[in-house]
Design a protein around this ligand. Structure first.
Ligand SMILES: [Ca+2]
Length: 161
């Protein structure tokens, strides 16, 4: 009798744990992904990637599936702050509102999707890009061990200040 009560109690405990685990791994509430045909072969994908009930990621891509533009709300304040622009599907420019105030204050131009060619920064938040750095072009493709420019990570947050 005592043994069966213990078994039932442990089964209930396990059931409770399993319920708790499944609740944690269940998909978060939020908006479903939404695809919008913008015409001209361009499709816009809107995502609520963090499940907060608003769109925090937008991707535009062409009829060949190549990325055209991405917009990301990295801090979840409901306002897009990081923008990636692609040329023929390759990342060519990044613009970031690093202060999250609705104004772009960092622009980075990239070669081959990873090498920084040029960046501009507005350090005084007045819309004037007062810091401009241009990296010289090199002949031919860069050697993997000695890139001609500073690499930028996909999040765009490691750009020089
Ligand atoms: Ca934001």
């Amino acid at each position: 009798m005592r043994t069966s009560l213990l078994r039932i109690a442990s089964l209930l405990l396990l059931a409770g744990l399993a319920t708790g685990l499944s609740a944690q791994s269940a998909p978060r509430a939020g908006l479903p992904d939404r695809y919008v045909d913008e015409g001209g072969g361009v499709v816009r994908l809107e995502k609520d990637s963090a499940g907060r009930g608003f769109v925090d990621y937008i991707l535009r891509f062409d009829s060949r599936g190549r990325k055209i533009e991405e917009e990301i709300d990295t801090n979840g304040d409901g306002r897009m702050d990081t923008f990636y622009y692609y040329t023929n599907g390759v990342l060519s420019r990044v613009e970031v509102d690093t202060r999250y105030n609705g104004k772009i204050d960092l622009k980075v131009w990239l070669r081959e999707g990873i090498y920084v060619e040029r960046y501009e920064r507005s350090t005084r938040d007045d819309g004037v890009f007062d810091v401009v750095k241009v990296f010289g072009p090199k002949e031919g493709p860069p050697a993997p061990s000695a890139p001609s420019g500073a690499a930028i990570d996909p999040a765009g947050r490691s750009a020089p200040r």
